[in-house]
Design a binder for this molecule. Structure first.
Ligand SMILES: Nc1ncnc2c1ncn2[C@@H]1O[C@H](COP(=O)(O)OP(=O)(O)OP(=O)(O)O)[C@@H](O)[C@H]1O
Ligand SMILES: [Mg+2]
Length: 268
């Protein structure tokens, strides 16, 4: 289990994460949902020990990330695509990661197969399309066969419907194997198809720890329920960190604030 307790992070004038507490359990896909700028990436960076919170703590199986002896073998993370040397081939990139984390080299071909990259393994990763780069990022996250969890920050961004469905099915199957799968998104429509549990934040604060069905039942549609839940927190924060309404429509309803989602094949 992941336990986040009282996480608070301020960047200058912006209170990015505000006394946030939640649990993430194994065996299900947990969606981490919130409008743009609500603090999802900051929270994930804190969970991965890449950013220090001003207050609060995250424990993964009872330990902090920095206390894990072989993090890559316990926690698989995908933060953004293209975190690789562009001149390296996909296989060389994964082989280097495996070597530095004491992971058997045979695992490289396994994750290349799992992510559908076998035929592209010898190509320079810098020339990969967005979807291929995303698959390579997921291959790296899976390299250590992390039993504990996968932290994925917006993994379907920019992917085509086939790629989105592939990631969705992969997340479900990894959760079904008993792993912790924690995936962030600003797209309620995608989370409705993927997540069993939803942790919804707005302006860095916890708004709901709920299921898709429970959230859906709050309004006429799941999207309405999400917009109603998050509208009150889509405000700017002044220099003192207190919140004042921005006056205009909530960020979630502005163009760019909540992009419409391309229709994809539903699985049900
Ligand atoms: N390194 C940083 N320096 C200054 N401000 C930051 C930094 N990282 C995040 N912020 C601010 O913290 C707030 C939360 O940002 P964060 O990236 O965590 O949101 P998010 O929910 O991931 O958004 P998105 O859906 O757009 O990815 C924003 O106001 C952002 O501008
Ligand atoms: Mg983000």
């Amino acid at each position: 289990m992941i336990e986040a307790r009282g996480l608070t992070k301020r960047y200058g004038r912006v209170l990015a994460v505000d006394a946030l507490s939640f649990d993430v359990r194994p065996g299900i896909v947990t969606g981490f949902l919130g409008p743009n700028g609500s603090g999802k990436s900051t929270t994930i960076r804190i969970m991965l020990g890449l950013d220090a919170p001003d207050r609060g703590v995250v424990r993964i199986g009872g330990r902090r990330y920095r206390e894990l002896s072989w993090p890559l073998r316990e926690v698989g993370a995908l933060q953004e695509a293209r975190t690789f040397h562009p001149g390296r081939t996909a296989r060389a990139h994964l082989a280097a990661l495996a070597a530095s984390n004491n992971i058997p080299a045979t695992r490289v071909d396994e994750v290349l197969r799992l992510t559908g990259l076998r035929s592209a393994a010898g190509r320079r990763a810098g020339k990969f399309s967005l979807g291929m780069a995303q698959r390579l990022g997921i291959a790296a996250a899976l390299l250590g066969d992390p039993g504990v969890l996968l932290l994925l920050d917006e993994p379907v961004n920019g992917l085509d419907p086939e790629g989105i469905r592939w990631i969705r099915e992969l997340m479900k199957s990894l959760a079904a194997e008993g792993r912790i799968v924690f995936v962030s998104s600003h797209l309620i429509s995608e989370m409705a198809l993927t997540a069993d549990r939803l942790i919804v934040i707005g302006a860095g604060r916890l708004l709901a720890d709920t299921s898709v069905a429970e959230l859906s039942a709050r309004s006429s549609s799941l999207e309405d329920a999400f917009l109603e839940l998050t509208s009150g927190s889509a405000e700017f924060r002044d220099a003192g960190g207190t919140r004042r309404p921005a006056g205009g429509p909530p960020a979630a309803q502005r163009p760019g604030g909540y992009p419409s989602y391309p229709a994809t094949g539903r699985t049900s």
